[in-house]
Design a protein around this ligand. Sequence first.
Ligand code: ZN
Length: 447
Amino acid sequence: MEGGLGIHCLKDVNLACQAKLAWRSMTSNSCWASFMNFRYLHNNTIWDAKPAHEGSCIWKSFKKLQFFLKDGTHWIIGNGENTRFWIDKWLGDQPLCHIFPHLTNTHQKINWIINAHGEWDTSLIDNPLLKSYLQDTRLLPCPDPSKPDSLGWEPNDLGPATVKTCWDEIRSHSPKVNWHKLVWHPLFLPRVNLFLWRAFHKKTPTDEWSTQRGFSLASRCHLCHTHIESELHIFFECEALTAVWDQLALWFKVNPSRMLPLEQSLSQWSASLHLPRQGKTLGKIMFLQCLDEFWKARNEAKFNETPPPHPSHILNTVRKSISDSISLHHSSWSSNTSTATLLTSLGLTIHPSPPKLPIEVKWLKPEPNWNKLNVDGAAMGNPRPSGAGGLFRDHHGIFLLGFSCSTKHNTNTFAEFFALYREDSHYGLHSTPPHKIHSGLRVTQLL
Ligand SMILES: [Zn+2]
């Protein structure tokens, strides 16, 4: 399956990086590539150069990728002096030696049929079949005598090879799942994201899941007490919960559908929703949010022996959690009129959160003839090593006195109060002129 968090197989990524490096060794003019050319390539391609056992580990890794690179490489014709007419791939998707094996001359370069004006001259070809092939094919590229032949990477439209195109060619492809974006949708809480991810991978820890892993269980659904507990049963078959699906189908004006594994059920539900894109997403999110509520009901019944909740309670909880999430992402959901109508019809009340106002944090001078004391204390944990300190400043803001001390292994609160205590015991809180005290603790402002 493909889709999800985009975590790649490191082995494939490593091979793709090696392929990119190998490509650069053949096509780049950098100092490093010049060294590789001098040491190993001698103006050849990797697949024509010396064997792997005669080189470093880097060269060996290049040679391991030689057939992969050869398959993806296509020669772009310039003056025709470097491309071999029969062996290299420059016309169509295979070398001419595969089409005309009996005519092959390994050393012949392309420029033997390019005339002095830089045009193709097929009159030099004796074989009528080859001549006809070259004249008929619409792929015959225009030579460019002003520049040498060069290599093009087919997966990148004959541009240079990149790690991305190499990786895409190296890795094994699988069918894409239809739920990978939905599972990580921002309207779900992170806990629900993870629950859904497990559910779609058939890893919900039901009794059936435990039995498949060798645990011997006398399974029974904790909600209806009549069936074996499985993912399919809890999500779609349990009689204690199926009324939720009926009500949801009624809200979205579709026929209820059940009795299918999760992925197919979601596809079926999605196909039945005849709504604009955002409305359809909302329908699928409500569908998946119900699954989370079902699982919570199952856990409550199993571990706290709570009776199954009423379907209306589940639906109200689903509506509330989605309303709260949409309120946080209001701007993207309120602009569409049809979505707003749908939200209202579903009873989803949106309360856009008020904009956050900046709060100015600034030290203010005390009134004339007053001094101000700022004290603070902090700990590296509760409790952990901690310290306290304070500053006296007059009404001009001029520093008068300061102190700091360790409060040893204590809590934040202790450190805060100790700063005050220290100030009072050492410098006299009520001496004249009077002080104004500011500390990290609000309570000290009452003193
Ligand atoms: Zn049940």
